[in-house]
Structures are given as C-alpha cells and as structure tokens.
Design a protein. Structure first.
Length: 693
C-alpha cells in the first residue's frame, strides 16, 4: 500500500530516522522513575511524583508512533503480529516474573485476610486490566477497606498495554484511508491523532470533575497523553523541530522545570489527570523536541551523565520491582519502613531493575529462541505463561475465610461484657474464641446485608422484620454501613418487645441528613447528588409512615467532619433538622453515637484489626489512644441540640486511655472501622438498658 502524495524527501527522512538510544529520552525515563520512587518512599518530598507515570505515557506515545511511521513508510503497512510480538517480548517476561514473586511472597508473609484481595489484583495484573479493577474498587464503598496491594502499580502497565493494542490499528487504518483517498499519509495521521487526542483531553477534564478516582485509572482519560507524544512524532517526521543551540537549551530547561514543578507542587488534592496533567506532558514534549542541547549551559551535560543514563536504561525493571518491595517488606519484617529501609528500597529497586534487564528483558527481547521465532511462538509462550500464573494464583484470589462459629455467645468475659467485669481484666488478653483471621469474615447475616445498598445503586432497599400487626413498637433504623452492623442486635431487642423492625440503610453516605454533599475522602458531583437524593427519599418515607414509633439514627459521622467548608461537612444543625422532622411527625428519636474506629491507627493507617493482631504479640499494639478516637461529633451534638435520646458506647470499647481492637476474646472490627458480628451481638445487654425500647 503506498501513499502517493507524500514527497520523496519526507519518505526518505522518516525511513532514515535513527533508532539509536536518545540520551535525553533516557534522562526523562530516569527522572520519571525516580519521581515515582521518591513519591512512594517519601511522599512529602515529591507529593506530585506520580506524574512520572505521565512522562512515561508521553514517551511511549512518541516512541511507538515514531516506530510505526518508519514501518509504514518502509513497508506501506504495519505488521500487527510482529509489532505485538515485539512488545510482548520486551515487556511481559519481567512483568510476569514480578507477579510470580509477589504471589509467592503474599502466600508466605501476608496475613490470609488479604489473600483474596491481593490474589484478585495479581490476576487482574496478569491480564493487564488492573487499572479497570482499581477503577471498579474506587466506586465500590465496600472496597474502601482494601489496602494498597503489591501490584497496584500495574494499573499504568495495563494502560500502556491497552494503548499498544489499539494504536497500531488506529495508525494503520489512517494510512489505509489516506491511500484510498490518495491523500498525504502524515496529514491523515496527524488529523486522526489530533481528533483522538482532543477528544480524550476533553473527556479527561469532564470525568475528573465528576468521578476523579475513576478518571485517574481510565485508559480513555490517559489516551491524550500518549496522543501528545504521538503528535510530536508526526510533527518531527515532517521536519519541524526546535533549532539553534540557545533555543534548544532553553526549551529543554523549561521542559525539565515543568516536570519538576509538577512533582513538587501537585498532590493528592490536585485534579488529575485533567488539564493539570498538561504541565508534565508539555514539559516532556519540550525535552524530547529539544533533543540533546549543544549549548554549554544547557542540560545536555546532565542528560549524558552515566548514572542518569544507567537509571534510565533500567527504569522499566526498577518501576516493576520497587512497589512490591514497598508493600511487602513491612509484612516480612513485621515493622514499617523507616528512613534507612526506604533508602535500601530505593537502591535495591534500581539494582533489581538492572538484574531484570540483564537476565530477563534483554535475553527474551534479543537473544532467546523465542526472539528469533515467528510471532505465533511468542504469543504461544505468553499465553502458556499467563495461564500457568492465573491457575497458580486462583487459589489466592478465591481464598475464603470462615467466620467464627460462636458469634453471639454469652458469658461474663465475652465481648463487651468484659468491660464491666473486673474479674476479666485485662480485657484485651482474654483468649480469643476463634482464629484471629476468622473475624475478618465475621459479617452481619446475609438477610441484613442485602438490605444495605451502596450509594452507587441510586436507590435504597427497605427491609421489614416482624409482623405488620405486632403489638410492640415499630422501630426504624436509619444510617449507613455502620448502622448495618448494629441492625441484628437492635432487631433482637425489638423482637423481645414483640415489635416490628425496619431498616433504611445506605452505605458510603451521610444518610442521616439531606444536606451534606461531602466527606473527608471526597465525593464527586454525581455521587454527592445521589447520596443527598436517596437520603431524602429514606427520611421522607420514615416521616410519612405513621406506624413507625421510634427512629434509631447512627452513621459513620467522623467521615463527614472537615474544617474545609468547600467540602460541605456534616454539621450538628443538619442532624438536628432531620431529628426535628421526625419529632414533628410524632416519633421518638434515639441517636446512637458512632463507636471509635481504628481507621487512623499508626503506623499503618487503614490496617484492619485482624491484620494488625496477626502481626503483634501484644494486642495493645493495635489499640488507639482514646484522645485520638475523640472528635467533634455532629451526630451526637445534633441529637443533644434537638432533644433526642443520645446513646454513647465508647465505654464498651475504651478504657480511660485507649480504645481496643480485641475485647473479651473477640476481635472488635472486621476491617478498620466496621464492627464484627460477634462484638455487635455482645453489646445486646448494654443496648437493652441504654436504648430502653
């Protein structure tokens, strides 16, 4: 296939483009991978070091498009099997080796409470869809208790692989169209890439404003970064480039400055990858376009330093290995990564990157039998290796933990009862009634869990228990997933009174008000509106139901407390407004204050209680100081302001100095904030007295 309108000089120039190593590109790789490493090891130093991934995306777009253009001008077409086979030989052997090592390390060192999560993410990474797995988790409230897995960084590799699948087809189709229409090949390619890049950028800006966590991992919001590099390849192929020693040096310094500035100024609150990503993207383009500046005051001397070139050369393997070490080493050592350990990880990751390139990447890419064989043998080898890894990891991904069989067992030293019996002290050393890991599966009954819908469901599921004509009180429970954990104890108490029990449960939402639209971890606009509207539907249904006598309100209220008014925090006035509405409808309101949680327990905030207790000898190492557990609770304050009955339970979780994760032979939390079923049921005697239904 030929493109007749291309000038001969242009075709010759593209075919002759050098394939030698470009030192400025190696330097960019070094900067990108070091930015990511420093961000992961010392996030306060380079809070925006995550933009190193964006630098890699631009580089990939430039280099792959440059290669494809050479192939199109040389052969008139792109050999998809050859292209994909080369990419597979270049990237997959080292990546699959890392996944094998991570799977083995997970089995050896990680508590079994995390096997299913880590195994599932290893599987997703094996098939290069980790970015979509993380995007799905980001909209799943029940996945918020997941910790960072050792393969979470494979999300960016998934985006790259998806780019490699689509990009040659896109360029080949544009070239074919140019031939059919007798148009200039580069002109059609330029127009095609411009449309795709612009569309992706617009989509990235819009989705980042609506669903930032999904946007961060989406291939479609990142495509414009590859497209920017691709457009640079097309423009330079047409002979347009920065010329002059002073101009190239200035452009290169400016590009470096833009990348470093984004690494230093951006942080987790920066909208990304929206228009803000243009700063590192444009910076990368300037450095590539400037090449190796010849001016003595330019950055060319820095680019050419052997350590810089070395790190750039081993950047892929370094990126692959560093994050599993960061995550798994604390499990192996049973201690957090300190300063010295972090430096060891930094240099150890670079060393492993060199070993990976020398012993794995280069042999498979250039010197193995597979490298000299036809593409189908590369595909067969990849398919076989992928299948073996998937089969080996499946037991981890499907690992299920059985819940304690004695949930609800009574006794003078069982669960919360131990807090009121001096004979049981120390309460956090009463022998466990079941294996510590089993409490991570100690969840509410299925018939109650199904009553709780996620805010993403955009609806709620009212559940009724007891006879409609029961003579006792009709009690409604309103709240989020924390309310679900109290549903069974309250239902049992209502049954004792021969009453009726109804639930109104919405997870991931301040369901006790119709006003707040924000939280400490952030709401996107669509989610916030759904939270507000579904909460309003629940509250109105309770108000309008004359049979409901008592409303019990509880919620993870600390999640919605903030000093930033732009986050629309939950306030006592909001809660009081809901309570007064119920009281005006003739209902008694009980505010059940949210108990303490271990969400921010150092040194690993967000670590589940079972994970923590499995790695320490002294249970007090998993306790939270009582001072740290206390906060200005708008739920409690709103209840007091509206004259509702306010019931607190802190004394059943905490001593005078600390709030415990293990009490009376029972683990208190199934993750880092939700109560286990066993402990919730152990609260029944105290709830019977304090709720006075």
């Amino acid at each position: 296939m030929s493109v007749v309108a291309d000038p001969p000089a242009l075709r010759s120039r593209v075919r002759a483009r050098a394939q030698t190593v470009r030192r400025e590109i190696q330097a960019l790789r070094a900067l990108a991978v070091l930015g990511v490493l420093v961000f992961h090891l010392w996030p306060a130093t380079f809070p925006g070091g995550f933009v190193g991934v964006d630098v890699f995306f631009v580089l990939s777009g430039f280099l792959i498009t440059d290669h494809l253009l050479r192939e199109l001008y040389t052969h008139g077409r792109v050999s998809l099997p050859q292209f994909w086979a080369r990419r597979a030989r270049r990237l997959l052997p080292a990546a699959l080796l890392v996944l094998v090592v991570v799977a083995v390390a997970t089995r050896l060192w990680v508590p079994d409470t995390r096997w299913a999560q880590f195994g599932s993410e290893i599987l997703a990474s094996t098939f290069y869809v980790e970015n979509w797995a993380l995007a799905a988790q980001s909209v799943d409230y029940m996945a918020l208790s997941n910790v960072k897995s050792p393969v979470q960084h494979f999300w960016s590799l998934g985006v790259e692989e998806q780019f490699y699948l689509v990009w040659p087809i896109l360029l080949g189709a544009a070239w074919w169209f140019a031939a059919r229409r007798r148009r200039t090949g580069l002109t059609v390619v330029l127009a095609t890439l411009s449309i795709v890049t612009a569309a992706s950028l617009i989509y990235s800006i819009v989705l980042t404003s609506l669903a930032p966590t999904v946007a961060y991992f989406s291939t479609f919001t990142r495509a414009w970064e590859f497209g920017a590099g691709a457009l640079l390849a097309v423009v330079t192929a047409r002979g347009l480039q920065i010329r002059g020693r002073a101009l190239t040096a200035g452009a290169s310094w400016a590009g470096l400055g833009m990348i470093v500035a984004s690494m230093m100024l951006f942080d987790g609150q920066t909208p990304f990858p929206s228009f803000t990503a243009a700063l590192p993207v444009v910076g990368t383009i300037l450095v590539i376009a400037a090449g190796m500046p010849g001016a003595p005051w330019g950055p060319g001397a820095i680019y050419g330093l052997r350590p810089v070139q070395f790190v750039g050369d081993v950047s892929y393997g370094t990126y692959l290995w560093h994050w599993p070490i960061v995550v798994l080493l604390p499990f192996a050592r049973n201690a957090p990564n300190g300063i010295l350990v972090s430096f060891a990880i930094l240099f150890g990751s670079i060393a492993l990157g060199w070993l990976s390139k020398t012993l794995v990447e280069d042999p498979f890419r250039t010197r193995s039998v597979i490298a000299r064989a036809r593409p189908r043998w590369s595909f067969a080898a990849v398919a076989a290796a992928t299948a073996v890894i998937a089969l080996a990891v499946t037991p981890l991904a499907t690992y299920a933990i059985a819940a304690p069989a004695d949930a609800g067992r009574a006794g003078p030293c069982y669960g919360a009862a131990a807090m009121g019996d001096v004979e049981c002290a120390p309460v956090d050393e009463v022998p466990l009634t079941a294996a510590v890991s089993s409490f991570s599966a100690d969840l509410p009954l299925g018939e109650l869990l199904q009553c709780e819908l996620s805010t993403n469901s955009k609806a709620f599921q009212k559940c009724d228990f007891g006879d409609a004509d029961a003579p006792g009180p009709h009690v409604a429970l309103l709240g989020d997933s924390h309310a679900t954990r109290m549903a069974e104890p309250i239902r049992d108490l209502v049954a004792e009174k021969d009453g009726r029990f109804s639930t109104f449960l919405l997870s991931g939402c301040a369901a006790i008000t119709t006003q707040t639209t924000g939280s400490a971890w952030g709401f996107d606009a669509e989610y916030a509106e759904t939270c507000r509207s579904v909460s309003q539907d629940m509250i109105e249904q309770i108000e309008q139901d004359p049979s409901i006598d008592v409303v019990v309100m509880t919620n993870r209220s600390r999640l919605y407390v903030s000093d930033d008014p732009d986050r629309h925090p939950l306030t006592a006035d909001m809660v009081a407004g809901t309570i007064r509405g119920f009281e005006d409808a003739g209902k008694r309101v009980i505010v059940l204050a949210d108990p303490p949680e271990r969400y921010a327990v150092p040194p690993r905030g967000g670590e589940s209680a079972a994970d923590c207790l499995s790695r320490v000898d002294d249970p007090s190492g998993c306790a939270l100081s009582r001072a740290a557990a206390e906060f200005a609770d708008p739920l409690r304050a709103g209840g007091l302001a509206a004259g509702a009955d306010v019931v607190g339970l802190d004394d059943l979780f905490c001593s005078d100095t600390e709030c415990m994760s293990r009490i009376g032979g029972v683990v208190v939390y199934s993750d880092d904030n939700h109560l286990t079923r066993s402990f919730a049921l152990s609260l029944v005697p105290q709830l019977r007295e304090r709720l006075a239904l």
